[in-house]
Design a binder for this molecule. Structure first.
Ligand SMILES: C[S@@+](CC[C@H](N)C(=O)[O-])C[C@H]1O[C@@H](n2cnc3c(N)ncnc32)[C@H](O)[C@@H]1O
Length: 263
């Protein structure tokens, strides 16, 4: 079976339990709570009037948070269940966010209306993609001249470890296709899930060089010793909304963020 079919089926299975999880807090979101974190908000700045392409939007809470901030947003995801849920929530809230069902690597111009001020992606996205050169081509293609690309992503060091973050299991570098059977999900309400995924590790130089090769210029790069999500086993909240690995607090890079520009 092709990796896209395997991953799509597994992401589809996750949508329902995610929608009812405390992790995604859909009820809080519907009442007006933003799903965005300070890490990406700091790079996004004032998005009023900006057009934003949000890659791998899941069921769209971040896309709709950006709409609420005054941006014109298009969210893209390959999970039909996620896109259906996103459209339902959008309609219930009366927002104008657009959602497009598509594999990110084969996203073509005919699906979208024009170029964007900002291309955005965050937390748990590039690991699902085998080809970062192709991804960088998509990112650059949909940016306006003068446009920005903003990414907040889990640090590649985190993906070197086993599930319990006890020992190094995988290469930091993109050496192999990683096939895993996952029990549950990173949210609650998912104990019954047993899903198969195919992922790839992408080190920082791979990401840097792919975006640089597309002619983009970087202005911001940050690494964080915390995650804004309690999404791995054995994490402790060291201060409000900041989660670190228990026993290794302050030692691991958990997340990175970058801002790139198309001149
Ligand atoms: C961890 S989630 C996105 C993170 C987002 N910040 C969130 O938590 O709501 C990863 C998303 O990537 C999507 N995805 C995975 N592979 C994809 C692909 N090849 N094309 C488009 N979407 C993909 C999944 O369906 C899922 O919704």
């Amino acid at each position: 079976m092709h990796y896209l079919d395997i991953n799509k089926a597994s992401w589809n299975e996750r949508v329902e339990p995610h929608l009812t999880s405390d992790f995604y807090d859909v009820e809080g979101f519907k009442k007006g709570k933003t799903s965005l974190n300070q890490i990406e908000l700091d790079l996004l700045g004032d998005v009023r009037g900006k057009s934003i392409l949000h890659l791998q939007c899941h069921f769209g809470q971040d896309s709709m948070s950006l709409s609420r901030m005054g941006a014109q947003v298009v969210g893209v995801d390959f999970s039909d269940k996620a896109i259906r849920a996103a459209k339902q929530i959008r309609d219930e809230l009366g927002l104008d966010t657009e959602f497009v069902l598509n594999d990110v690597l084969s996203l073509d111009a005919s699906k979208l209306d024009g170029l964007f001020d900002i291309v955005f992606t965050s937390y748990g996205t590039i690991g699902w993609l085998p080809d970062i050169q192709k991804w960088a081509e998509v990112v650059a293609r949909f940016m306006k001249p003068g446009g920005q690309f903003i990414i907040a992503e889990f640090h590649p060091v985190v993906w070197m470890f086993d599930d319990d973050i006890q020992y190094v299991r995988y290469s930091y570098f993109n050496k192999e296709e990683i096939e895993e059977i996952e029990e549950g999900s990173y949210t609650d309400q998912s104990e019954h899930l047993r899903t198969k995924f195919i992922t790839w590790n992408h080190g920082l130089s791979e990401v840097f060089n792919a975006l640089k090769a597309k002619g983009l210029h970087i202005s911001d790069f940050n690494e964080f010793d915390y995650s804004p999500y309690k999404c791995f086993k054995e994490m402790v909240e060291t201060s409000p909304g900041k989660y670190m690995l228990k026993g290794n607090e302050n030692k691991f890079p958990m997340v990175y963020s970058m801002k790139w520009h198309k001149l």
